[in-house]
Write a protein that binds this ligand. Structure first.
Ligand code: FAD
Length: 396
């Protein structure tokens, strides 16, 4: 039976236009800045150029100025945007804004959508998502959530510490996950709160110095000290935060895979171009068997990653949770993308680790993907538990 995984004509056209926009407009800016831009002026210029090219905000619905792509459509377009480190920023599909838009569209009230989603979708403001805490708080295990939200007159008071909050500095608002029932160590109830940037109870403690540098705004430690928010700052229902996190995390895992797959392809293209031109030991580099093996393994990792992403997206588009599919795809892609970029560096030799090509930068950027959106070990643990549960049910 033939299986056609190609996107429909409209998505294919948008993906093609995105590829051209990235090649002609974004890559020159990326190369000028060595892949790292934290200037809001440059962000706005890139986003205006994406609007002019008709490729901006492909993921949000037409009501909010986007193209309303489903997950499979996003797979095609996000991979093209991800071909440059700055492509996702230009299209307004970078983390964490893209995942936040997805979640706000799914669960925010109409008023919250007007106040937060609309300016986020146009790129007028940025946002962040604050879940992770320094030990012993929430990390791989969300049940350890220690940040507390207590009821006060007309609202809630949030107290706690968050870290690794991407893009928090300069964000217009934070979606903060806080415990509203139960104790740390038990799942209990968590709630998501929309906290405006000018809330005096939320402060930037520091920029964390990290291996990666390209995600806009860097990674921030935030302090919530008597941070009082009104009742209408609750996103969705009280105590439903862990459930909503799944609304965000499943698709957000896949969109991270799509974007980084673009970088893997770019790394492979750089390596293949080098292998085709470099002469060694009386032959082209690309004619040497061990280099051919690395090139072939890269193709296999790229193709397998794309297949797993599409499989998980198909399940998400059908309305499924796709917990197993997204966990499998995320684990495989995070490791495969790292392997591809690492092999590309190896094929290029010393050039690969020089600043003359961006491979070294790509390597630093993709390494943390094996940790965020669930470390590989957490996913493997969850995948195996689901399989064993299935087995126990089958023998009953
Ligand atoms: C670049 C970057 C950006 C991030 N951005 C954000 C953000 O915007 N917002 C946010 O809230 N958080 C963010 N995070 C945090 C990220 O979600 C956490 O790092 C992740 O959930 C892991 O938590 P932890 O770092 O506390 O590691 P820990 O929970 O301390 O885990 C440490 C290690 O334990 C191992 N492990 C985990 N589970 C298991 C298991 N079941 N069995 C065996 N071993 C296991 C893994 O090897 C893991 O790496 C970001 C992190 C990074 C690196």
């Amino acid at each position: 039976m033939a299986v056609d995984l190609s996107p429909g004509p409209e998505v294919a056209d948008l993906a093609e236009r995105t590829a051209k926009f990235v090649r002609d407009v974004v890559i020159p800016v990326e190369e000028e800045h060595k892949g790292v831009v934290h200037s809001d002026d440059v962000r706005r210029q890139l986003q205006q150029a994406a609007k002019d090219a008709g490729v901006f905000a492909p993921h949000v619905s037409a009501e909010y100025g986007g193209h309303g792509l489903d997950m499979r459509g996003r797979a095609a377009v996000f991979e093209e945007a991800g071909y440059s480190l700055l492509g996702p920023l230009a299209l307004n599909i970078a983390a964490p804004d893209e995942g936040n838009m997805h979640m706000l569209e799914a669960i925010a009230s109409d008023e919250q959508k007007e106040r937060y989603l609309r300016p986020l979708a146009t790129g007028e403001i940025r946002s962040c998502f604050a879940m992770t805490e320094p030990a012993p708080g929430a990390g791989s295990d969300p049940g350890a959530l220690a940040t507390l939200a207590e009821r006060v007159e007309d609202g809630w008071r949030i107290t706690g510490r968050k870290w690794f909050i991407t893009g928090a500095e300069g964000a217009g608002f934070t979606i903060c996950m806080a415990r509203t029932s139960g104790e740390p160590g038990h799942t209990g109830g968590a709630t998501m709160f929309l906290v405006d940037a000018d809330n005096p109870g939320m402060k930037v403690v520091r920029h964390i110095d990290t291996l990666d540098e390209s995600l806009f705004g860097g990674h921030i430690e935030l302090d919530f000290d008597g941070c009082v928010v009104p009742e209408d700052a609750v996103l969705g229902e009280v105590d439903e935060g862990f459930r909503y996190a799944q609304v965000r995390l499943g698709p957000a895992r896949m969109t991270h895979c799509m974007r980084w797959l673009g970088i893997a392809r770019r790394a492979q293209d750089i390596a293949v171009a080098r292998a085709a031109e470099r002469e060694l030991f009386g032959s082209r580099l690309g004619d040497l068997g061990m280099v051919q093996q690395m090139i072939a393994d890269n193709e296999i990792d790229i193709a397998a990653s794309r297949g797993l992403i599409l499989q998980a997206c198909w399940e998400l588009d059908r309305g499924g949770h796709a917990s197993q599919e997204t966990a499998i795809a995320k684990t495989f892609c995070a490791e495969a993308i790292w392997r591809v970029v690492d092999r590309a560096v190896q094929i290029c030799g010393s050039l690969g680790i020089s600043g003359d090509v961006l491979l070294g930068r790509f390597l630093r950027e993709v390494r943390p993907f094996r940790i965020y959106d669930g470390p590989s070990e957490t996913h493997r643990w969850a995948i195996a538990r689901r399989v064993l549960r299935r087995q126990s049910k089958a023998v009953r």
